[in-house]
Ligand binder design. Structure first.
Ligand SMILES: C[S@@+](CC[C@H](N)C(=O)[O-])C[C@H]1O[C@@H](n2cnc3c(N)ncnc32)[C@H](O)[C@@H]1O
Length: 185
C-alpha cells in the first residue's frame, strides 16, 4: 500500500523536501491565531515547525513509518496514529489542519471524516484543509486521488461547517489546488 512501505515513504520524504504549507498556515492564523491544532496526514512533517510557531500541535498520520520518521526529526512533537477516514479520539482541538491528505478519501469517506472532525473540535473550532483542484478520481499505486471543484467542496463542507475562506492557489501550476477554512456550525 502506498505510504505504508519503507520504499514509498522514503520516496515521498525525498520528493517533499523543499515543499511546505507556510502560505496556507498564514491564512489559517487569520482565523485561528492560537490554540491546540491536530494535523492529519503529517507525512514527512514539513509543516510541523511552522505550525509549532503558533500552536500547540499534535501531528498524525495513518502510516506508522511516517510517524517513526517524524519522531526522529521532531522529538518534541506529540504524534498519534490516526486514519482520517475514522477519527475517534477523546481530545478536543481548536483546529484541524491537513495539507494534501483528504484527496486520498473518496467523497463518502470525506463526508464521514468531516463529521468525525466536527465531533473532536471544540465549539467554533476551525478546519483548514487543502485539496487538488479538478474533477474525477485517479488511482495511483492503490491509493485514491480525488479531485474537487470549489463548488463541490462548498457543498460537502457546508453540511457541517460555515465556510470562512475557499480559494484556489498554485502548488505546481496556476489554480491547481484549493484551500478551505471553515468553522463548526
Ligand atoms: C501527499 S502526502 C502529504 C503529506 C504532508 N501533509 C505534506 O504536506 O507533505 C499525503 C499524506 O497523507 C497520509 N494519508 C493518506 N491517507 C490517509 C488517511 N486515510 N488518514 C491519515 N493519513 C493519510 C499519507 O500517509 C501521507 O503522509
Amino acid at each position: 500500500m502506498f505510504y505504508k512501505t519503507k520504499e514509498t515513504v522514503n520516496q515521498y520524504i525525498q520528493m517533499a523536501k523543499g515543499y511546505n504549507g507556510k502560505s496556507l498556515i498564514e491564512k489559517l492564523i487569520q482565523y485561528l491565531p492560537e490554540g491546540h491544532v491536530l494535523e492529519l496526514g503529517s507525512g514527512s512533517g514539513n509543516d510541523i515547525p511552522i505550525l509549532q510557531q503558533h500552536y500547540k500541535l499534535t501531528a498524525s498520520d495513518f502510516s506508522p513509518l511516517f510517524l517513526e520518521y517524524i519522531k526522529t526529526q521532531y522529538p518534541n512533537v506529540e504524534v498519534k496514529l490516526i486514519d482520517a477516514k475514522s477519527i475517534t479520539l477523546d481530545c478536543h482541538y481548536d483546529g484541524i489542519y491537513s495539507n494534501k491528505v483528504l484527496q486520498h478519501l473518496n467523497e463518502e469517506e470525506l463526508k464521514v471524516s468531516l463529521q468525525s472532525q466536527k465531533e473532536i473540535l471544540k465549539d467554533s473550532g476551525i478546519i483548514c484543509h487543502s485539496f487538488w483542484a479538478g474533477t474525477g478520481q485517479d488511482n495511483f499505486g492503490n491509493i485514491i486521488h480525488k479531485y474537487y471543484t470549489k463548488e463541490e467542496l462548498e457543498q460537502i463542507i457546508s453540511e457541517n461547517y460555515n465556510i470562512l475562506n475557499i480559494e484556489n492557489y498554485k502548488e505546481m501550476e496556476e489554480q491547481d489546488s484549493i484551500l478551505v477554512i471553515a468553522q463548526v456550525k
